[in-house]
Design a protein around this ligand. Structure first.
Ligand SMILES: Cc1ncc(COP(=O)(O)O)c(C=O)c1O
Length: 457
C-alpha cells in the first residue's frame, strides 16, 4: 500500500520533490494539482508577457471549445472528420484571404506553429528545386536558401536540419530588413527560394517584397533561372489582409508560391497553431505526401508530426466565425492604434529613438536615445519594468548590426487602452529611476558569439 495514501491535503507542503528520480508513490489529485500550481506561482502572468507574439486571451466560449476537443488527436482525420472539414475550410479561406489565384486548387495545412509551417514550405521548395535540376541533368547537391539577417531562428533550423546552405543578407545599423541590396551576391542557380518576412521578429517591419520580386523577375530575364518566393507571415499574415488590403505582400505577387502564418499570434488562436498555404496544389511536391491506412480509410499525411493536439483548430474556426473579416479588422486596427500611442508616449519622453520605419504590425521596437540615457541600457529598462510585472524583450540586433540594442513591446489585442497607458508610464518611470541611479545589466552574450562567429548563429 502506498505510504502517501492517507496524506492530508496540506501534507504535500512538506514534500521534497526529487528533480532526479521518478516519483515512487502517487498522491491525491488535489495535492498534485496544488503542488503544480504552487511550483508555477512565480512564473510570469501571461497577460503581462509582452515579449511574446502568442495569444494570451481566450473568451469563455473558446475555453468551452478547447475543453470539448482537447482529447482529440489531430492526425485521426477518419475518426474526427469534422475537425478535418474545419481545417480544410480554413485552408481555403486563408488561400482566398491571401489572394490565391481563383482557379488554383488551394492546398495547405494546419501546423503546430509557424515553425512547422516554415519547415514544410522549405521542404516543398527544396524538393521542387531538386526535381527540376535532376530533370535538366544538372547538379542538385548544393541547395541554398536566401533570406535576411532578420530571419527568425526557425529558418536557420530548417537550413541546418535539412542540409540547405544558408545565404543570409547581413543587416546594418539603420537597416534591419531584407532588400535587394545583397541579392546579386547571394542568389544563384542553387537557390531553392527567397524567404521574405511580413512582420519580422526583431523590429516588426516587412521586407521589401515588391522590389525583391521585381529583382527576381529581372534576374530570370538575365539568366533564365526562376526562383520562387516564400513569405513568412508569422505575424503579418493576420494583419496585412485586414488593415492594408491594397498592399501586395501575398499571392498577388506571382513569384510568391507559399505563405505561412501563426494562427496563435494575430490569428488569435491559443498556443500551438500555425498555417502553411501554397499557391496551388502542385507546389507541395507529391513526393512529400505519405498515405497511411492504419487509422481507417486511406489517409494522406504531410505534416512533420503524426499525433498532436487538435483543440486549437476548432478554436481558430471559432475566432474566424466570431470575428469575420470586419471583426479582425476592428481588433487589429485598435491594437495598432494602441501600439502607435505607446510609441509616441515613449518617444515623447526623450529617452527613446525609433528602430522601425515601416511598421505595419503592432510591435514597438525602440532603442535608447544615448543623449538622455547615458548610464543605462535597454537591458536595464527591461529588468526594471519587470518589478512591475511587465516582460519586455531586450536584445542585440543580428549580424552586422550587433552594436544596436532593441527594446521590444509586442502589443497584442488583449491590452486595453488604459493598460497601454499604464505600461508607457511604467517604462518612462523606469528610465527616470535608471538615469538617477544607473543600470548594471550587460547584454547576454550569445553562445555562437563566444565561438567568434555571430553571423552563423
Ligand atoms: C517571423 C517569424 N517566423 C517564424 C516564427 C516561428 O513561429 P512559431 O513560434 O509560431 O513557431 C516566428 C515566431 O515568433 C516569427 O516571428
Amino acid at each position: 500500500m502506498s505510504p502517501r495514501k492517507e496524506m492530508h491535503m496540506f501534507d504535500y507542503l512538506n514534500l521534497d520533490i526529487s528533480k532526479d528520480h521518478f516519483p515512487q508513490y502517487g498522491m491525491s489529485a488535489r495535492a498534485a494539482e496544488a503542488l503544480i500550481e504552487s511550483e508555477a506561482w512565480t512564473d510570469c502572468n501571461p497577460a503581462l508577457n509582452l515579449s511574446s507574439f502568442v495569444t494570451t486571451f481566450c473568451e469563455p466560449e473558446a475555453h468551452n471549445i478547447l475543453n470539448a476537443n482537447y482529447l482529440k488527436n489531430y492526425i485521426e482525420h477518419d475518426i474526427y472528420p469534422q475537425l478535418f472539414a474545419m481545417e480544410t475550410a480554413m485552408v481555403r479561406w486563408l488561400h482566398n484571404l491571401w489572394n490565391g489565384p481563383k482557379k488554383a486548387e488551394p492546398y495547405g495545412t494546419a501546423t503546430v506553429g509557424s515553425s512547422e509551417a516554415c519547415m514544410l514550405a522549405g521542404l516543398a521548395h527544396k524538393w521542387n528545386w531538386r526535381q527540376a535540376r535532376e530533370k535538366a541533368g544538372q547538379d542538385a547537391s548544393k541547395p541554398n536558401l536566401v533570406t535576411g539577417g532578420n530571419v527568425q531562428v526557425v529558418w536557420k533550423k530548417f537550413m541546418r536540419y535539412f542540409d540547405v546552405e544558408p545565404r543570409i543578407a547581413p543587416l546594418k545599423p539603420g537597416n534591419y530588413r531584407l532588400t535587394t541590396e545583397h541579392l546579386d551576391k547571394l542568389v544563384n542557380e542553387n537557390t531553392i527560394c527567397v524567404v521574405a518576412i511580413a512582420g519580422q521578429t526583431f523590429t516588426g517591419e516587412d521586407d521589401d517584397f515588391q522590389d525583391i520580386h521585381d529583382w527576381l523577375d529581372a534576374y530570370e530575364k538575365r539568366t533564365g533561372i526562376n526562383i520562387p518566393m516564400h513569405i513568412d507571415g508569422a505575424s503579418g499574415g493576420f494583419i496585412n489582409p485586414f488593415l492594408y488590403p491594397d498592399y501586395k505582400w501575398d499571392f498577388r505577387l506571382p513569384r510568391v508560391q507559399s505563405i505561412n502564418a501563426s494562427g496563435h499570434k494575430y490569428g488569435l488562436a491559443p498556443p500551438g497553431l500555425g498555417w502553411v498555404i501554397f499557391r496551388e496544389r502542385k507546389v507541395f511536391n507529391e513526393d512529400l505526401v505519405f498515405y497511411v491506412n492504419y487509422l481507417g480509410g486511406e489517409m494522406p499525411t504531410a505534416t512533420l508530426n503524426f499525433s498532436r493536439n487538435a483543440m486549437q483548430i476548432p478554436v481558430q474556426y471559432y475566432m474566424m466565425l466570431r470575428n469575420g473579416f470586419e471583426g479582425y479588422k476592428r481588433i487589429m486596427s485598435r491594437t495598432l492604434q494602441n501600439a502607435r500611442e505607446l510609441r509616441e508616449m515613449l518617444l515623447k519622453s526623450g529617452y527613446f529613438v525609433m528602430l522601425n520605419e515601416t511598421q505595419r504590425i503592432p510591435v514597438v521596437a525602440l532603442g535608447l536615445n544615448k543623449k538622455h540615457a547615458k548610464n543605462f541600457n535597454e537591458f536595464d529598462v527591461s529588468a526594471k519594468v519587470r518589478e512591475r510585472g511587465w516582460v519586455l524583450s531586450a536584445y542585440a540586433m543580428p549580424a552586422n548590426a550587433q552594436e544596436v540594442n532593441c527594446l521590444r513591446v509586442v502589443v497584442r489585442p488583449h491590452l486595453n487602452h488604459t493598460v497601454v497607458k499604464m505600461l508607457g508610464h511604467d517604462i518612462v518611470t523606469a528610465c527616470e529611476f535608471l538615469s538617477k541611479n544607473g543600470g548594471h545589466n550587460k547584454p547576454p552574450s550569445l553562445h555562437c558569439e563566444k565561438k567568434g562567429s555571430p553571423a552563423k548563429c
